[in-house]
Every structure is written in C-alpha cells, then in structure tokens.
Ligand binder design. Structure first.
Ligand code: PLP
Length: 360
C-alpha cells in the first residue's frame, strides 16, 4: 500500500526521509553491527547520539547556555505534576486554562498545592484563547502556566501573556519546533515529542538552570529535574530509540533551513486550509481567527452524519485520521511539520469535491 496522508493528532506523521534512514540503519548502526535499540545507553556510541541530539536541538531553538535541555520519560501528562513539584515553591502557581491540556495541568496542580485560575475560555468550549494582556497574577506565584497550542480544540496563543515579571511555563507539545520561539522568554518549556517531532515515549524539557530546585526532600528522586539535569538525561535508561529518531528529525529540520523556514511552510499549509474553510458553504472552522493553530485544525459541517460520511470517504482517498476528538466532534486535520503541502492540497481538493457532491 502506498503511504497515506496521515492527519493524526499524535502519534503522528514523521518525515519519510527520517523513516527511510532509520530503516536503513536498523540492523547495523554506523558499523556497530547492531541497532540503536540493542546498544547500552552507557556506550560511547549512544552517548554520541544523545550529545548530537541535544546539540542540534539547542542550535535549532537557540537555547541559551543557562538553560538545560533534558530528554525524559513518563508522558507529557506526568510533567503537569513534575513541573509543579519542582517549580512551585510554597505551592503557589497561576494558570491560564485555554483548553483540555491546560485544564489537566491545572487539575494536577490542585492535587499538589494551591494554584490560581487566572483566566479560562471553557465558557466558549475553548474555541478561543483568553485575554492575557492584564492578568491578576499573585505576587507570590512561582510561575504562570500556559498550554501554548491546544491540540484538541486547535488554538494557539497569538502572543505570550504578560506575566508581570513572573516565570512563564509553557506546554508546547503540539507546536514544538514548528516555528521559532524565544527560549529566553520562558522559564520552562515542555513537550511530548509524539505530536510533531518523534515517536511516543520522549518528553523534552528546556529549563532555566537557576529554576532547577536543589532542596526537594519530599519529591521522589525520579521526579526531580535536578536528578536528570545532573545526570545529562542518563540517570536511568532513557528511551534510546526515541531520542535517536528525534535526533534524525532535528537534522531534517536543520537541513530544511531551521525553524524560520519550517514556520514559512507551516503558515502556507495552514493558510491553504483556513482560506478554504472560510470560503466554504459547507465546512467551517470552530476557532476564533486570531487564535487559530498552525498545527491542529478542527472543522465541522454542523451535521454529525455528514461529518461521519466525510471522514469515511476521505479515508478511501488515502486521507486518514481526520475524525475530530470526541470532545469537539466533527473533523480535525493535524498538519504537523512532516505533513507535506501536497497533503493539505489533496485534503482541500477532496473537501471541495465533497462539498459540490452534497450541493448537487
Ligand atoms: C498530547 C498532549 C499531552 C499529553 O501527552 P502524553 O505524552 O500523552 O501524556 C499534553 N499536552 C499537550 C498539548 C498534548 O498535545
């Protein structure tokens, strides 16, 4: 079967060149006579893979020297707790809830301490990003938390919040490496790589070193950022294979021209789809125009039966995983870095044909 256009929200499409290279190196990685999956994480060869991945990530994002870049495990959902336990001294941190993922992070903070809800767009089914220009941040809040791109409802912050000088923490899972970001504006960035960068099972944490707490007697060793920062992401066995594939994707991005170039391509793809949705008499976007994600594009016809038919017929055309999240319904096209522009073009052409068929 030929490769399909896979619009899955995650795990998601990866660059074909990267998959081919991983396949070619599967039985014999660079003359080792074994695959990356089979080698010791303490071997010089794997240390080289890890070092190169970190160096390439730093170059791509322009990570300053006073930030650590860690490759962790446990799911991005575990980081909702880990981040709070490590950064919320006195148990206080303030949250903006713009979708399901930031809501989940806020709920974990409620279990662990005394978070404050600064703003929420739940009243509008998370179809927009709350106004963050003048938040009532507590003086003693350790950080302000956002999910910068909400994967399920398809919103993206048009600009970062005014944190009133407080540390900003952002979950960037579904926009990670999709556009340049100014790392210095954040205290901590975390991302599960299975959305845009690699196979499931790796989370990247980029954290300003002075925020890595030293004195966490109550926190289990594995949940201390200090443990992993001190050990260079090798305190215990990491996801060696996952880190290796991420490293290949980093090189793919660098060869493409880096994140500024990637953003240009992503904007062009997203514009193609949103322009069609805004002109369509059948399909419509569910998100406020200024807050629309470049990565996750939910859309509806307003008729659940028609939505179902669309998803089924699209799949027959090789346009797969377009069913919307159960919390939103309708459709969702995730058009991550590795989705080629031809894939988005094929989707728009099929939507147009479908629309004409319904009108007839
Ligand atoms: C998928 C996702 C998560 C959760 O990731 P897991 O690795 O499945 O725990 C968290 N935040 C965002 C924005 C996501 O898209």
């Amino acid at each position: 079967m030929p490769r399909v256009y896979n619009f899955s929200a995650g795990p998601a499409v990866l660059p074909e060149e990267v998959l081919s290279q991983a396949a070619a190196e599967m039985l014999d990685y660079h003359g080792c006579g074994m695959s990356v999956m089979e080698m010791s994480h303490r071997s010089p060869v794997f240390q080289g893979i890890l070092d190169e991945a970190e160096a390439d990530l730093r170059q791509l994002m322009g990570v300053p020297d006073d930030y650590a870049a860690l490759f962790l495990q446990g799911g991005d959902s575990l980081l909702f707790s880990t981040v709070f336990m490590n950064l919320a001294k006195n148990g206080k941190a303030d949250y903006v809830v713009s979708g399901n993922w930031s809501k989940k992070a806020f709920e974990q903070a409620q279990i662990l301490g005394d978070p404050k809800l600064l703003a929420s767009s739940e009243d509008g089914n998370f179809s927009y990003v709350p106004d963050v220009s003048s938040l009532d941040v507590r003086d003693d809040a350790s950080f302000v938390y956002i999910c910068q791109n909400e994967t399920i409802t398809g919103t993206r912050y048009p600009e970062l919040p005014d944190t009133k000088g407080h540390v900003l923490v952002a979950d960037q899972s579904s926009m990670f490496l999709s556009e340049p970001v100014d790392v210095g504006s954040y205290g901590l960035i975390h991302a599960g790589v299975q959305k845009n960068v690699g196979p499931a099972g790796v989370q990247v944490v980029i954290v300003r070193r002075d925020l890595i707490a030293e004195d966490l007697a109550e926190v289990p060793t594995m949940l201390r950022l200090k443990t992993h920062a001190d050990a260079g992401s090798l305190y215990d066995t990491p996801n060696c294979w996952g880190i290796y594939v991420c490293g290949l994707v980093f090189k793919w991005l660098l060869a493409l021209g880096g994140l500024a170039e990637m953003e240009k391509i992503n904007r062009s793809k997203a514009t193609l789809l949103y322009d069609y949705l805004d002109a369509s008499g059948l399909f419509s976007s569910t998100v406020a125009p200024r807050d629309r994600s470049l990565m996750n594009v939910p859309f509806v016809t307003g008729d659940a039966e028609l939505d179902r038919r669309f998803v089924a017929e699209a799949a027959e055309e090789g346009l797969v995983n377009l069913k919307g999240h159960r919390l939103v319904g309708g459709m969702r096209a995730s058009i991550y870095n590795a989705m080629p522009e031809e894939g988005v073009r094929a989707l728009v052409e099929f939507m147009d044909r479908f629309e004409k068929g319904v009108r007839r």
